[in-house]
Design a protein around this ligand. Structure first.
Ligand code: F6R
Length: 263
């Protein structure tokens, strides 16, 4: 894992957006996996700016969102589909047939989940997956104990996640108790992964998933088994890391070895 520690939320967002933009420029028809929540909002804002001011072209990009609340129709103001249109899709040149978000109000979640996996395969697999992390270590809605082999499916939300996400709803009782989410196995098949985290509330879990043991109790720790992961943190989220000097040293010196091997 490459760990990038940035001073604050804004620079974390700019750094993440620059990585995504670089991948889109390298491969115009990128299959891009997306997350919702507070963590990527600044990144999406910066991507929208890059589109408007610097012509970053999304016309051939296909996107796949990680998850959606079960039971919420796509236009519900708390749905992740609505979030994505508000925070990204309507600000860039993406067309509706190229953006995939799990359908929360499907009649048959099992059949839908299989279809979703097929769409990802048909796009050639996800090239770059964006992730946030829950305070309980979840990626997507893969709560503690999720199998590392899991695929897109319905998952019950953990109590802490319901409490954390209540801030977006009028009251805690309104937070759906289930979601459709890509599995850990689905996420791990992405060619590259970019995880974004900010704030003191994420410091402990970031230390655990980066430096602790690989365990399904912290599903993000599965990323230690992936060959290409970049983690972009702000100072607060990085504050409990034990090897931060090493990560910074690597970041400042990797050009030496990159030059030697000619990359
Ligand atoms: C959302 C998702 C979740 C969030 C996580 C962190 O699509 O998959 O795993 O990334 O709950 O949420 P924030 O960024 O709001 O702290």
């Amino acid at each position: 894992m490459e760990i990038i520690i940035t001073p604050d939320y804004e620079s974390m967002s700019r750094t993440s957006a620059a990585i995504i933009a670089g991948e889109i420029k390298r491969k115009h028809d990128l299959a891009l996996g997306l997350a919702t929540g507070d963590s990527p909002i600044g990144t999406y804002r910066e991507l929208a700016r890059l589109h408007k001011e610097e012509g970053l072209d999304f016309s051939k990009v296909t996107t796949f969102n990680l998850d959606e609340y079960l039971g919420l129709p796509p236009l519900h103001k708390n749905s992740y589909n609505y979030f994505m249109w508000e925070n990204l899709f309507r600000h860039i040149n993406a067309s509706a047939h190229q953006v995939f978000v799990p359908q929360g109000n499907t009649d048959d979640p099992e059949e839908f989940s299989e279809w979703y996996e097929q769409q990802i395969k048909a796009a050639g697999g996800i090239d770059l997956q964006i992730l946030g992390i829950g305070r309980d270590g979840h990626i997507g809605f893969n709560e503690p104990g999720s199998s590392f082999a899991s695929r897109t499916r319905v998952k019950g939300l953990y109590e802490q996640t319901i409490k954390d996400n209540a801030r977006f709803f009028d009251k805690e009782e309104d937070v759906p108790r289930f979601a459709i989410t890509m599995g850990v196995g689905t996420i791990m098949e992405a060619k590259k992964i970019l995880l974004i985290a900010s704030g003191e509330g994420k410091a402990e879990v970031c230390q655990q998933f980066i430096e602790g043991p690989v365990t399904s109790q912290i599903t993000a720790s599965a990323l230690q088994l992936h060959s290409y992961v970049i983690v972009v943190l702000d100072e607060e989220a990085a504050s409990k890391l034990k090897r931060r000097e090493y990560y910074n040293w690597i970041r400042n010196n990797k050009h030496i070895v990159q030059k030697r091997i000619g990359r």
